[in-house]
Design a protein around this ligand. Sequence first.
Ligand code: AMP
Length: 188
Amino acid sequence: MTRLIFLGAPGAGKGTQAQILAASCGIPHISTGDILRAQVKEQTELGIQAQAFMNKGELVPDALILDMIRVRLSQDDAIKAGWILDGFPRNVAQAEFLDRLLTEIGQNYNLAIDLGVPQDRLVARLLERAKIQNRPDDTEDVIRRRLVVYDEQTAPLLDYYQRKDVLRSVDGDRELAEVTHHLEALVN
Ligand code: AMP
């Protein structure tokens, strides 16, 4: 069964590639950012609490995220087909939680895939995206904060998964289709 963790900085193209790969593998694409944005839109209790952190480019506290992931991974489609996790885990505590949760439910992931894109390209890509999407966290200040948060809290996961020997790196600074091709070769 295919179970993948997608790593990579904001703007690396994680979401787009995860979505394409999930469709071609026929498995759920689980994006914590998408789930949170849906909650914000509906102004659920979780959405209202998460919104302030998201708008500042900070991580939403683990206390709000971990339950959400436990519930999502326990749903039928994820149990039966596998998944691609996009945007989770985002720090070492979340990665440790995921390992415990998967042990508890008798699952494991195949790979953690890092999509690498140079820092200066990330800002340019995110500013470009800001023109076509309407995300409150795509202003230049918040983009820069999200990149710092990535470096401080998420980048240590590369080491975490490297040590488990499941990390693979793909150059994300290429044409979309070329990146997809490399990802498919890695997964299949
Ligand atoms: P994304 O769409 O993955 O870039 O996520 C957008 C925002 O949602 C992030 O900047 C965080 O504020 C929040 N977020 C998404 N996933 C997580 C997570 N696993 N842990 C904490 N915050 C998250």
